[in-house]
Every structure is written in C-alpha cells, then in structure tokens.
Ligand binder design. Structure first.
Ligand code: NAD
Ligand code: IPM
Ligand code: MN
Length: 350
C-alpha cells in the first residue's frame, strides 16, 4: 500500500538535477518515518516540446489530478523554446487551471548560511497571489512590426482573488509573529492597488490581533535589504510577489535556498511544490546547483500532506547540514549538488 502518489516534473536544466536530489532525500526520510511514497516522472519540458510540439499533452493537467501533489524542478530553455511558450504551456497553466492561488515562499536565513547582509534574524514569509493580477493573461498585440504597433497587457484584480489571498496572509501571520505587510503601488496605480489597500483595511477589522502595515513595493524592496528583521508575513500581487521573492532569495543566501509551494487551500486540486529558481542554463549539467531549495520544497509538500514528522525530518536535516557549513559560501562554494545531497542524506540518517 502506497501512502502518497507524487507526480514529478523535473523540467529543464538544473530542474532535473535538483528534483533528483529532492526525491532521493524524500525517499530516505520516508523510509525512516515509515511512509510509503510512489512517484511518476513526467518528461514534460522544452525537450518534450521540441519532440512533440507541446510542453505537455492536452489532458496533462487532468492526468496530474490523479496525484496527491506535484514536485516540479524548473521550466525554461530559452535558447530552444521561447519562455512565454514554455512557461505558459506548463507551469503557469498548472497554477491557473488548478487554481493554486497561494504561492508561499519562506525566506529564512538558515544558521551557517552566508547571506549578503549583516542582519542575522531573517525570517520572512512571502505570500504571493498566483492566479490573476499582472499575470491575468488579458491583452493583445496589434499592427505587429509596424510603427503603429501596440501591446496591451491588463492586470486583473477581483474581489474574490484579492480577498482570498489577503485572508491567507492574515491567517499565516496569526500562526507566526502576527505582523502582516501588504504590498501595493497605490500611489501610482489608482484602481487595482487602491482596491487592494481597501480590502486590506476591510479585512484587518476581522484580525485585530494581527498588526497590518501597507507598504509601497519600492519601499518594501529597500526595507527587505535594510531592515529585513522588521518583516514577518509579506503579502503581494503576482508580479510584485515574484520580484520580492527573488530579493528574499538573495538575502537568504541565494536562489538555491528559496523554496516555494503553490497551494490550493481548498484541497480540491493537488498542490505543486518547486524551488523559486529557474533552470539556470549557465550552470546546468555541471553538478553546481544548490539542491536545498528543491529539498526544502519537498519538505513543504509533506507538511501540506499532513506528514509533519517526515517534513521536519527533512527540514531539520537541511538545518543541521547548513549549520555544519554545507551551504557556506554558496553560490561560489566548491560544494556541488552531489556533495550537498550526500551531506543532507547523512543528517537524515542521524
Ligand atoms: P534562474 O533562477 O534560472 O537563474 C538565475 C541565476 O541564479 C543564474 O546565475 C543561476 O545560475 C543562479 N541559480 C539559480 N538556481 C540556482 C541554484 N539552485 N544553485 C546555484 N545557483 C542557482 O533564472 P533565469 O536565468 O532568469 O532563468 C532561466 C530559465 O528558467 C528561463 O527560461 C526562465 O524563464 C526560467 N525560470 C523558470 C522558473 C520555474 O520554472 N519556476 C523560475 C524562474 C525562471
Ligand atoms: C517564479 C518564476 C515564474 C513566475 C516564471 C518562470 C514565469 O519566475 O516562479 O518565480 O514569474 O511566476
Ligand atoms: Mn520568479
């Protein structure tokens, strides 16, 4: 009897390397915890596109519905397939069609990891809206190639979408240090962003125990670097959350440390877990990728599946390996994917 069926989409570039590491660690930890895992690997990637003309089969999303969760590496190989084709054909499609509206990205500087800042107590949880906003897909391009060319891309903010992500942020803040930073650019964008601020204010009445502050995205970008210790939960729109979570990744030691979860809080669809980083063509195939972001994403997956012990077996092992200096000096460290994975496997067994 299998407890969980996981769909693995390694994708492109280092996605293949880091998902292999994350699954190896998952299996080792699951065996110790007495959890039976089974995985189906899907070869959906830019190579698959070259071979078949599609990133995934037409019924690919429906196929994924049969799994308890999805573990994804990274998608994109712009030298062969344009990014807007590959990402919309797979990653963004899954997020939207499964309505995985909460993109949860922990930016915690683990002890032993060298970040670029002096601050040591960095523990920010970025909650990114994942289905609408600037990524709505509404737009068009006319008079291509002429002097009259026009491109329009409309952000879409609905009460349904904004309210549910803010509520998710408030709930997360309640479980943590009870501080919520709501991010907009309402000094310049007077409709969608003022609306977001209004909904933040309305909901705050329901959460009197949470201290809420609204920030402009430019100001919070600076604050994440100058005063990161003052931030707890940060909730932002799709694009702002995307950008802020790369800052979050940077201040936690690099993209190789930033994990993420695309969650459907209703539980109707399988949720998807992936590192924040991409396929990193510059280091792919060189055993140079830090697998910690992917391994940490697997821990988030087991947490989501209710396997708290298994999740902490993995995250504690990552924490101890880092405390011993395994992640020190990354990304320029001489430690490779294999070495870091081995060190984490040692800690799993301990
Ligand atoms: P990227 O995240 O792939 O790489 C940015 C920089 O960070 C590179 O120098 C890379 O070497 C480094 N880096 C990333 N992950 C690392 C790791 N685990 N260990 C060590 N260093 C790491 O971003 P990019 O270069 O803008 O994008 C490359 C491709 O990936 C593009 O096709 C892009 O669209 C795609 N992408 C996909 C996802 C995803 O599937 N979730 C996310 C971001 C980018
Ligand atoms: C991320 C990525 C994606 C995003 C890209 C590859 C479409 O940058 O997951 O952060 O913008 O959501
Ligand atoms: Mn991103």
């Amino acid at each position: 009897m299998v407890d969980f069926n996981i769909a693995i989409i390694p994708g492109d570039g280092i996605g293949v390397e880091v998902t292999a590491a994350a699954w190896e660690v998952s299996l080792a930890a699951a065996e110790i915890c007495g959890v039976k895992l089974s995985a189906t690997k899907f070869p959906w990637s830019c190579d698959h596109y070259i071979k078949t003309g599609a990133m995934m089969p037409l019924d690919g999303v429906e196929t994924l519905r049969n799994y308890d969760a999805i573990l994804l590496g990274a998608i994109g190989w712009p030298a062969n397939v344009p990014d807007d084709v590959s990402l919309h054909g797979l990653l963004l499609r899954i997020r939207k069609e499964f309505d995985l509206y909460a993109n949860v990205r922990p930016h915690k500087l683990l002890s032993g990891v060298t970040g670029p800042l002096r601050a040591e107590n960095i523990d920010i949880l970025c909650i990114r809206e994942n289905t609408e906003g600037e990524y709505s897909g509404a737009g068009g391009r006319v008079h291509r190639g002429t002097a009259d060319e026009v491109a329009v891309e409309t952000s879409v903010f609905t009460r349904h979408g904004v309210e549910r992500i803010l509520r998710y942020g408030f709930e997360m803040a309640r479980k943590r240090r009870r501080q919520l930073a709501s991010v907009t650019k309402s000094n310049a964008q007077r409709y969608s962003m003022v609306f977001w601020d209004d909904v933040t204010r309305q909901l705050s009445a329901e959460y009197p125990d949470v201290e809420v502050r609204s920030y402009h995205v430019d100001a919070i970008a600076a604050r994440m670097i100058m005063l990161p210790e003052t931030l707890d939960v940060v909730v932002a729109s799709n694009l702002f959350g995307d950008i802020l979570s790369d800052i979050g990744a940077a201040i936690q030691g690099g993209l190789g440390f930033a994990a993420s979860a695309n969650i459907d809080p209703t539980g109707r669809s399988p949720s998807m877990f992936e590192p924040v980083h991409g396929s990193a063509p510059d280091i792919a195939g060189k055993d140079a990728a830090n697998p910690i972001a992917a391994i940490w994403s697997a821990a988030m997956m087991f947490e989501h599946l209710g396997q708290t012990k298994l999740a902490s077996r993995i995250s504690d092992a990552v924490g101890r390996a880092c405390a011993r200096g395994v992640g020190a000096g990354l990304p320029s460290s001489s430690y490779g994917t294999r070495h870091i994975t081995n060190e984490i496997l040692l800690e799993i067994a301990r």
